[in-house]
Each structure stands twice: as structure tokens, then as C-alpha cells.
Design a protein around this ligand. Structure first.
Ligand SMILES: NC(=O)c1ccc[n+]([C@@H]2O[C@H](COP(=O)([O-])OP(=O)(O)OC[C@H]3O[C@@H](n4cnc5c(N)ncnc54)[C@H](OP(=O)(O)O)[C@@H]3O)[C@@H](O)[C@H]2O)c1
Length: 365
């Protein structure tokens, strides 16, 4: 069975090894846009890499920028309206900083396109949080810009790089569980009810689809590839974003996947991959499983567990570093064509569920 993954993958992708943190070449100078939850978590992991310099952070507010810079030891902080006093947004000042090589964007989805575009136009490499953009049209435009400028661009789907996911692909590729016939995966949590929170706000691209579905989808995509058809159903809030959704993927081969994402309930947050000879279940959340249960036939069952440095984001950060150090403009593990195909699938899922966002009507792409 052939599964898309990058050839020559080093051992440290499948087991914790201090090499993940060790320098592999020129030190990269990072700029971080935003000071929210994921910016903090990823920056803490970035600080573990021996060839990363925390160069600058930007925020909409001076207090947040300065506090974040002090907390993590950034050399410079930028904020809307200052410190240059010219009134430019913080991220515009950050991308213009000649001492930054790569920009990590950790703002809500609806702002990703404008910030990534500004960074690419300023000649910076970009790692941008998921969802890469709100629409496939925005993603298509960003990819064209990155390729034209020969700059690195990657959607920060960290789950693609963590040991539990990589090991599952290794087992599947070996043929141990046979041909994959179906995949089931779910992820979610009960998010606090607050219409202004980015996770619920239409203007921020709120809802389970853009926030959560990339993770369950990752398992189906890696095991079975791009589906031949998708059927999407969801429950919508009064503001018109999905509080939960189910994506059913079908393949001409006969294979199927059922993927559930939710923002109002608890769930196992696991994936099951079913093959003709056996199956794999994740132990722990699908975005970073701490273990795998592998069952072959009716009798043989074993468990494998994984450890990792920090919060598990170092693997994607190492991949970004490796690619830029090697002069590559994209990762073959989290490929831009996959990001685009996934956004196209999300566009179609939104059409079926009746979800629209302000970014749908932009005409400047
Ligand atoms: N990879 C992962 O595991 C993971 C986990 C969670 C979230 N995410 C992704 O990361 C992104 C941010 O999520 P989060 O949970 O960190 O959100 P968050 O806690 O709300 O933080 C987002 C930050 O972005 C800035 N911001 C807010 N509204 C903005 C706007 N309209 N325009 C520009 N900047 C704005 C704010 O920082 P300042 O006040 O400093 O400007 C805010 O603190 C989302 O796209 C999400 O999908 C990824």
C-alpha cells in the first residue's frame, strides 16, 4: 500500500529523541504574530529548538506585545500604532523587520490570508495556523504568491508530524493491518457559550468545521487519500456556524470514512483505522495520540506509547526549520496541494451545511 509521506524521514519523527531539538543548520530568526492561546503554547516549544531565535512578537495591543516579549525573551515587540508612531498595525511592522526570517501566524482564521500575504510580500517565510484561510480561493491565492516568490509556506497542522500519527502511518504502510477499508475519527470539546469568542463568531470563521475537522480528516486523508465524494451534515447556531458536523467520505475503491467534530459535548477524541487484516485505535486525542492499540486478527493485540518534548509542536517546527535550511519552499509531509484540497472540501461541506462567512464575498484575490 502506498501512502503519501516524505521519503527519507528521520527516526526522530517516530520516537522522542533529543535530536528533534538539536540544531540542524543556520539559526532561523522567528517573528510571532499574536499573543493568544496557541501563540503561547507554540512559542514555548519554539524556545526549545537550538536553532531558533525569538526575534520579535506583534500584537494589536502594546501591553500584550511587551508582556509576551518579556515572558519568552523576544528581542523586539510591535503593536498597532507603535513603537514607530506611524500608526501601522503591529503585524505590518513585524513583517518589515529585516532581522526576521520566518513568521508564525497565530491569529483567528479570518485574518490569516491578509497577514500571510503581507509576510510573503515582505519576503518572509510563513508558518500559518490552521485553517490556513477561510476559503479555497484565499488558499489558492496564497500558494500562488508563495510559489512565485519561492518562499516557504506551510499550514501549521502539527498533528501531521507527531510521533503517534507518524508511527500509525508506518504500521499501515508496512501492510500489517492489510488494506484500509474504513476510518472513523472524532474530536471536540464543549466550548464556552460566548457569541463574541472567535470559535463561535462568523466574522472569525467560527464553528467546528474550520476549527476542528482538519484533525479527524487528517487520518482519513493520510490512510485513504482525497475522497471521491463528501457528504456533510451539521447543527448550526443562531449565528449560522456549525456547533457540530459529520463528514462522510466515500471512495471509488469502496472505502469509507466517518468524521465527527463538535463544540458542545465530550467525546472519545479517537481514530480507528480498519484494515482487512487488523485495525489500529489511537489512545488519547487524534491530534497527538500518546499511544496506539494495534490488533491483528482476533488474537494479537499490542500497545505502543510515545513521548515527546514540550507540548508536541517541536516536530512541525523542526520540519519548517529543515525545509527553510535546505532551501525548500514547501513540506512534502504537509503539502500545499493538500491544504488546498482540504479547503476545497471544506468549501463544499459549508455549501451543503449552509454556512457562509464574510470572507466568502471578498473580491480582492
Ligand atoms: N495548532 C493548534 O493546536 C491550535 C490550537 C488552537 C488554535 N489554533 C489556531 O490558532 C488560531 C488562534 O487560535 P487561539 O486559540 O490561539 O485564539 P485566541 O486565544 O483567541 O488568540 C488569537 C489572538 O489573535 C489576535 N487576534 C484576535 N482577533 C484578531 C483579529 N480580528 N485580527 C488579528 N488578530 C486578532 C489576538 O492577539 P493580540 O491581542 O496579541 O493581537 C488574540 O489573542 C486559530 O486559527 C486556531 O484555529 C491552533
Amino acid at each position: 500500500m502506498s501512502i503519501p509521506r516524505y521519503v527519507g524521514q528521520p527516526d526522530w519523527y517516530t520516537s522522542f529523541n533529543p535530536q528533534t531539538l538539536a540544531a540542524t543548520g543556520t539559526t532561523l530568526r522567528w517573528g510571532v504574530v499574536a499573543t493568544g492561546n496557541i501563540a503561547k503554547t507554540v512559542t514555548a516549544d519554539l524556545a526549545l529548538l537550538e536553532d531558533a531565535t525569538l526575534q520579535a512578537v506583534s500584537s494589536r495591543s502594546a501591553d500584550s506585545a511587551v508582556a509576551f516579549a518579556e515572558q519568552f525573551g523576544f528581542h523586539t515587540s510591535y503593536y498597532d500604532g507603535g513603537p514607530d508612531g506611524l500608526g501601522a498595525p503591529g503585524y505590518v511592522q513585524l513583517v518589515a523587520d529585516p532581522d526576521i526570517d520566518v513568521v508564525y501566524i497565530a491569529t483567528p482564521h479570518a485574518s490569516h490570508y491578509d497577514i500571510a500575504k503581507a509576510a510573503l510580500e515582505a519576503g518572509k517565510h510563513v508558518l500559518c495556523e490552521k485553517a490556513l484561510t477561510i476559503t479555497a480561493a484565499e488558499t489558492r491565492s496564497l500558494i500562488a504568491l508563495a510559489r512565485a516568490k519561492k518562499l516557504f509556506l506551510m499550514e501549521a497542522v502539527w498533528a501531521r508530524f507527531v510521533p503517534g500519527f507518524q508511527r500509525a502511518l508506518e504500521i499501515i504502510t508496512s501492510g500489517e493491518i492489510g488494506d484500509i477499508k474504513w476510518v472513523r475519527a472524532d474530536l471536540g470539546f464543549p466550548a464556552p457559550e460566548d457569541d463574541t469568542a472567535r470559535i463561535w463568531a462568523p466574522a472569525d470563521g467560527g464553528g467546528a468545521l474550520l476549527d476542528i475537522s482538519v484533525y479527524p480528516l487528517l487520518w482519513a486523508w493520510a490512510c485513504l487519500g482525497r475522497p471521491d465524494a463528501v457528504s456533510a451534515t451539521g447543527e448550526l447556531t443562531a449565528l449560522g456556524v456549525d456547533s457540530q458536523n459529520t463528514l462522510t467520505l466515500t471512495y471509488d475503491s469502496g472505502a469509507q470514512a466517518q468524521l465527527i467534530s463538535y463544540l458542545t459535548s465530550h467525546g472519545p477524541r479517537t481514530a480507528t483505522i480498519s484494515g482487512s487484516k487488523g485495525y489500529i485505535e489511537t489512545v488519547g486525542s487524534v491530534n497527538n495520540p500518546k499511544g496506539l492499540r494495534i490488533c491483528v486478527g482476533w488474537e494479537n493485540e499490542r500497545n505502543e506509547t510515545f513521548d515527546y518534548p514540550g507540548s508536541g509542536y517541536t516536530y512541525q517546527l523542526r520540519e519548517v526549520t529543515r525545509c527553510i535550511q535546505d532551501g525548500l519552499s514547501e513540506s512534502t509531509t504537509m503539502a500545499l496541494d493538500d491544504s488546498l484540497a482540504i479547503m476545497e472540501l471544506f468549501d463544499e461541506a459549508r455549501r451543503q451545511m449552509g454556512i457562509s462567512y464574510p470572507n466568502d464575498s471578498r473580491t480582492d484575490l
